[in-house]
Design a binder for this molecule. Structure first.
Ligand code: BT5
Length: 327
């Protein structure tokens, strides 16, 4: 594993001390650098927006971190085994999914996270657009290389959905819900969308990219009028902004834990968690599958992640792609 950057080590030291103080001597020993070099790193952190006070004979104290997404801040003290082994933060990009696929094609190891402050061509499913205004939300893509069959890769969408719900709960206390196949809802409004992309051969996955867009601090006036489904953000639901940095860290930790469970135990624990977060089971639904409309009662998930819908004739339909609405 690559050695952490000095900035990352310093932020990690701050996150480990209960009273928030870290002495210059401690930093200098940890990094093997002079006290003058320590002071220069602290100055650079201040310039990047970190409010750090120097208190004589006690050391440095981190008063406040800026809400910017930087690799060092995301990685400092992150409790992950795989996810976040490398983090790439971009001011702007076409699509973080496209970026992560480029890294995947270049042989980048799994665990890479690409985040961007804004996307000019944020992607939804089936060529749709994901609204990605600057500096308010999270647009992230995670590169994975699981030893699974291409057929099983769609199961990972459920993993992202559960992770997003858990991160929303831990950062805001709000209980989000999932909607098949790739939505996360808050009070019945879409707060996050997921788009997985894959590179594979017939019987082998080269990589999977988990694309995750979460509306964190998006304001009402930033949503276009014509959306397929009513939408919201965490800030609208809470009435105050949420920390993009804290949310991102929490999300990556949730994904890491679920991914380990997926690799060790298969999709069952993920599917079970997803079904508990789904309100539509047992309810009447209408599924729009392009040229086909299926109406019936949502019966749950099949082993492969297909949506099971029991129609009025008693037939159990398996749906692999489509948009679900309450009937
Ligand atoms: C999705 O597609 O919900 C998948 C969205 C995935 C976005 C992430 S951001 C990071 C990564 N990089 C990418 O380029 N993409 C991923 P779908 O189910 O097809 O929903 C798309 C529809 O949701 C659009 O047609 C709009 O109606 C609506 N929509 C667009 N932007 C939205 C937003 N920010 N919040 C809520 N709804 C939105």
């Amino acid at each position: 594993m690559k050695k952490p950057a000095p900035r990352e080590t310093i932020l990690s030291l701050f996150s480990q001390t209960p009273n928030g103080f870290v002495s210059g001597a401690q930093i200098s020993t940890e990094l093997g650098i002079s006290r003058t070099a320590v002071w220069k790193h602290i100055r650079n952190l201040r310039q990047a927006g970190y409010n750090i006070e120097a208190i004589p004979s006690r050391g440095y104290q981190l008063i406040q971190s800026p809400d910017i997404l930087m690799p060092e801040a995301i990685q400092a003290g992150l409790e992950c085994r795989v996810i976040g082994s490398r983090v790439c933060c971009l001011d702007a990009t076409d699509s973080t999914n496209l970026q992560a696929c480029r890294f995947g094609d270049d042989g980048e190891a799994e665990g890479l996270v690409v985040v961007a402050d804004q996307q000019s061509s944020g992607k939804g499913r089936m060529g749709r657009r994901w609204e990605s205004p600057a500096e308010v939300n999270l647009y992230a893509s995670i590169l994975l290389r699981p030893a699974i069959l291409p057929f099983d890769a769609p199961q990972l969408t459920f993993l992202s959905a559960v992770a997003v719900c858990r991160a929303i709960m831990s950062s805001t206390g709000l209980q989000a819900r999932v909607k098949w196949p790739n939505d996360v809802l808050l009070n019945g409004r879409k707060v996050a969308g997921l788009l997985n992309e894959m590179s594979a051969e017939t019987d082998r996955v080269n990589y999977v990219v988990l694309g995750i867009g979460v509306n964190l601090n998006m304001r009402k006036d930033q949503f276009p009028e014509a959306l397929r489904y009513p939408a919201t953000s965490l800030a609208i639901a809470k009435g105050h902004p949420v920390s993009r940095l804290d949310f991102t860290r929490s999300l990556l930790q949730e994904i890491d834990a679920l991914y380990q469970a997926f690799l060790e135990q298969g999709s069952e624990p993920v599917f079970e968690a997803w079904q508990q977060l789904c309100d539509m089971t047992g309810k009447a639904v209408r599924v729009d599958c392009n040229d086909l409309l299926i109406e019936g009662v949502m019966a749950g998930l099949a082993d492969d992640g297909a949506l099971l819908v029991r129609t009025a004739t008693g037939k159990m339909e398996r749906v692999y792609a489509g948009d679900v609405r309450p009937a």
